[in-house]
Ligand binder design. Structure first.
Ligand SMILES: Cc1ncc(COP(=O)(O)O)c(C=O)c1O
Length: 407
């Protein structure tokens, strides 16, 4: 007999990753459909994790059909000829973003979209980057330079020069920082911070950021890799405040839970350097037809199934019900329950308790997320396709898990 998955992880992938898998019960995922993950041992887990990827659920038929059709026709393109799916995906995406954001550069992972934004900012003469406390933008070297957490940054220094940090939600602090870099700064910010533990800024914050950027001639990059395409109950976090950034970044849900794909969407002014020279920033698999078909399918699925509205309504119900439940069971161990749409964070006051709750939720049949920049916050990113039965399953599992952590 061959090795087990756990043994292969330990031997060839990462010992630490193997140990984490063991801590979570050692089961192995082998299939998925809709809101459910199927495991090797025959369990069915409700997927409220996946770090925000599964807004449309797993293997949404609209996405699978589009990808399958493309797989049989032309999965990877020569890149020398023009190719229709890239144009269709860009058109579909630009049909959802705030008016004026209609130029698209595709990539695969989220951090790649961040890299593209940093390079585009530099090509526009904006060499100083300003990011936010506990903001998360990925772990490639450029993205890591604006993901200002010592745990992730310190082993990899030196990082990019010319990066400063201001507190998230503090528009006055940002304005003071930008005043030091007139005409040469680029701000990167999330509309609601995900990995920081679902941090919601004060109302009007994004409008103030946009005004500051205008005042000091800075570029405004809104990282919607986790929040975009409906997760917040709006197509974009930008729409909650009616702002039009210079660039919006998208990933995760864009591939419809089927193919990894991400994108930078920019105004024509910001995009001009990439428009002039198509070889200034390239990657072999940028705009590969399989990912483009997935993006077209995902956007169609979100539109046709009314998932943006559904994320709003479902999010309100879950926030309310989960809030009552955890406060009732865990009492003053709960620091806060907060969220927007289907991005929900439960912050616990006791060190280690969020991790215990994550493990107990897995035992109770629910996959959740930890938060990379906030270890006291358990994060839920449920699909917008949950039906009433699945909502009840989540609440029941949550109740069992919360009682279990009390021992
Ligand atoms: C807001 C935000 N930006 C960027 C990233 C990085 O994306 P990826 O992990 O696909 O590189 C993430 C991932 O969680 C994210 O939440």
């Amino acid at each position: 007999m061959g090795l087990s998955t756990l043994e292969r992880y330990r031997r060839h992938l990462s010992g630490g990753r193997a140990s984490l898998g063991e801590l979570l019960g050692g089961d192995v995922e082998v299939g998925s459909s809709g809101a459910w993950v199927h495991t090797e041992s025959g369990r069915e887990l409700l997927n409220c994790g996946g770090y925000g990827v599964f807004l449309t659920g797993a293997r949404h038929p609209r996405v699978v059909d589009a990808v399958r059709e493309q797989l049989d026709r032309n999965p990877v393109a020569t890149r020398l000829l023009l190719e229709p799916q890239a144009g269709l995906a860009a058109e579909a995406l630009a049909g959802t973003t705030p008016a004026g954001l209609d130029r698209v550069h595709f990539a695969c992972g989220g951090a790649e979209a961040v890299e593209a934004a940093i390079k585009l900012a530099r090509a526009n003469g904006r060499h100083h980057l300003v990011s936010m406390t506990d903001g998360y933008h990925g772990k490639t070297l450029g993205a890591l330079s604006v993901t200002q957490k010592p745990l992730f940054q310190d082993p990899f220094r030196p990082l990019l020069p010319g990066v400063s940090q201001v507190p998230f939600g503090d528009a006055a602090a940002l304005d003071r920082e930008l005043a030091l870099h007139p005409g040469s700064a680029c701000v990167i910010v999330e509309p609601v911070q995900g990995e920081a533990g679902v941090v919601v800024p004060p109302a009007g914050y994004l409008r103030a950021v946009a005004a500051s950027c205008r005042r000091h001639d800075a570029l405004f990059v809104l990282d919607e890799i986790q929040t975009g395409l409906g997760r917040l109950g709006h197509w974009w976090g930008a729409d909650r405040e009616g702002v039009v950034p210079d660039m919006v970044l998208v990933g995760k849900a864009l591939g419809g839970g089927v193919v990894p794909v991400s994108a930078l969407v920019a105004t024509s002014t910001a995009f001009a350097p990439f428009d002039r020279d198509p070889f200034i920033h390239t990657s072999t698999f940028s705009g590969a037809p399989l990912g483009m078909a997935a993006a077209v399918g995902a956007i169609a699925a979100i539109r046709e199934d009314g998932l943006v509205d559904r994320a709003d309504k479902l999010g309100r119900v879950l926030l309310d019900e989960l809030g009552h439940l955890v406060h009732e069971i865990l009492g003053d161990r709960v620091a806060a329950v907060r969220g927007v749409g289907l991005l929900i964070g439960i912050e616990l006051d006791v060190p280690g308790l969020a991790g215990e709750l994550l493990i107990e939720l897995m035992t109770a049949g629910v996959v959740a997320n930890h938060s990379l920049n906030a270890d006291r916050v358990l994060r839920l990113t449920p699909p917008a396709v949950l039906d009433d039965h699945e909502v009840q399953f989540l609440l029941d599992a949550f109740e069992r898990a919360a009682r279990a952590v009390l021992g």
